[in-house]
Ligand binder design. Structure first.
Ligand SMILES: [Zn+2]
Length: 460
């Protein structure tokens, strides 16, 4: 996701994400910008997810030299995420440049990575951290405030107050909207007195199971899996989802409801991210702050081990008794979880538990769809393990939450002129547009990629 705002010769970019998917669909989209990066004055970054932050090093590589504003927690998370992403970009280019790949695509020059570690380090230098609710000046006549988005640690809605003459107008960018009742995080805050709203619509056509069911579903799944007598492999995103799972496991452990099995978080990235979570108690909700007061460590308990070392990770393969391995990547496309899956999918005693969204064409999606045979690291494997999907875990507002968000923004904004729906798929976008128009009487625009939209001329 990325959105360029232009006024009086100044350019502000909202987010600068990587499009993820098949290489042929995303190559040009990620590589080239519709604007001149050196002419962007500043970036306002809503949160650290790669689909919102992951193309910042490329923007910097192509000449952007301004500040990247974000919340404190987002700048800390972006630091590890961008380094991780640069590592992946370099590895990807290395692979494409191998002789076997070159033969498949004759005539193509040596492929440069989208960006290098050096570019990522430069982007990191341009990060500027700001507290929630503290207004700051980005340009003369443009003041910005971050509101809690309740999506991942540090995630924010970006509230822009624009001064022209004696007129002041407010443009709000929702970022990714979270859900009320998530572990750790506060509920999304509603922007008010908004003139224009740019709003995400990822789940504009879907509903989630209630988050209140998540902990009990997790417990039941572990109990069932232990009864089968095998291992549990849980592919999980390193940011937010892993910490939420560990938080629930910690609670279950303290309540005496957790089966007596060893638990491993096997992901160096997740370990780094958890360390950042520990440093940002200011982002926690009240319940979490209370737990912290009585519990001391919400991300650690006896029987839970964090595994950084590769040798130790490989030793987990040898375990034959029940245990829980939480590992990345969340969609099983890379990382240590791939090895754990190779090791465990063939045995019906084992359980694979999915706790996050699985995009099309990923190994995770194939397992969720219960394909009988899957390719892992270039070899076919029959799937006999029990596959469980826990739908209650989602950091995103569903279609009802999104409707409620727009309704309450409108209620708090007598001058709301227009809503721009972004960051969604065709079905969700049009479903939301329909409801917003008919039920809320809102004017709704769905901008297409690269389209420029003039906000209605301001009076005065
Ligand atoms: Zn996100």
């Amino acid at each position: 996701a990325r959105h360029l705002l232009s006024r009086d010769g100044h350019n502000i970019l909202l987010d600068c994400g990587l499009y993820q998917g098949r290489r042929k669909d995303t190559w040009d989209r990620n590589r080239y910008f519709h604007f001149e990066p050196s002419r962007v004055d500043a970036v306002l970054l809503s949160h650290a997810h790669i689909d919102h932050s992951g193309n910042l090093p490329n923007l910097v590589r192509q000449g952007f030299a301004g500040p990247i504003w974000a919340t404190m927690a987002t700048t800390d998370l972006a630091r590890v995420m961008l380094r991780d992403s640069a590592f992946i970009q370099e590895k990807d280019a290395e692979w494409l440049n191998k002789p076997t790949q070159r033969r498949r695509h004759p005539g193509i020059r040596t492929i440069e990575p989208l960006y290098s570690m050096e570019d990522a380090e430069q982007a990191i230098k341009q990060l500027r951290g700001m507290e929630y609710h503290k207004q700051f000046e980005v340009l003369p006549g443009l003041d910005v405030t971050f509101y809690d988005a309740g999506h991942i640690l540090g995630a924010a809605a970006v509230i822009m107050d624009i001064q022209r003459g004696d007129q002041r107008k407010r443009l709000a960018f929702s970022g990714d909207i979270g859900r009320a009742g998530l572990p750790l995080l506060r509920s999304p805050e509603i922007p008010y007195n908004v003139d224009w709203l740019i709003m995400e619509s990822t789940y504009g056509a879907r509903t989630h199971d209630p988050i209140g069911d998540a902990k009990e579903e997790l417990r039941q799944t572990i109990v069932d899996a232990v009864e089968r007598g095998g291992k549990i492999v849980m592919p999980s995103f390193s940011v937010e989802r892993t910490q939420e799972i560990v938080y629930f496991l910690n609670e279950l452990y303290n309540e005496g409801h957790l089966p007596q099995i060893p638990i491993y978080v096997d992901s160096p990235l997740a370990i780094d991210v958890t360390a950042i979570f520990r440093q940002h108690e200011e982002c926690y909700n009240d319940a979490t702050k209370n737990t912290l007061r009585t519990n001391g460590d919400i991300f650690g308990f006896q029987r839970l081990s964090y595994v950084r070392d590769v040798q130790q990770s490989m030793q987990l393969n040898a375990i034959k008794t029940p245990c829980l391995i939480i590992s990345a990547s969340g969609m099983c496309e890379a990382g240590r979880v791939v090895h754990h899956l190779r090791n465990s999918v063939g045995d019906s005693k084992n359980t694979i538990v999915f706790v996050g969204y699985q995009a099309e064409n990923t190994l995770g999606r194939k397992l969720v769809e219960r394909q009988k045979e899957v390719n892992i690291l270039g070899e076919p494997h029959e799937v006999h393990a029990n596959i469980v999907t826990l739908n209650a875990f989602s950091g995103h507002a569903d279609k009802n939450d999104l409707f409620e968000y727009a309704r309450t923004v409108k209620e708090a904004s007598p001058n709301l002129k227009r809503v721009f729906l972004v960051h969604g798929e065709e079905e969700g976008l049009s479903a939301l547009k329909q409801r917003f128009t008919t039920e809320l009487g809102l004017s709704v625009t769905i901008p297409s990629l690269g389209e420029r939209i003039a906000l209605e001329e301001m009076n005065g």
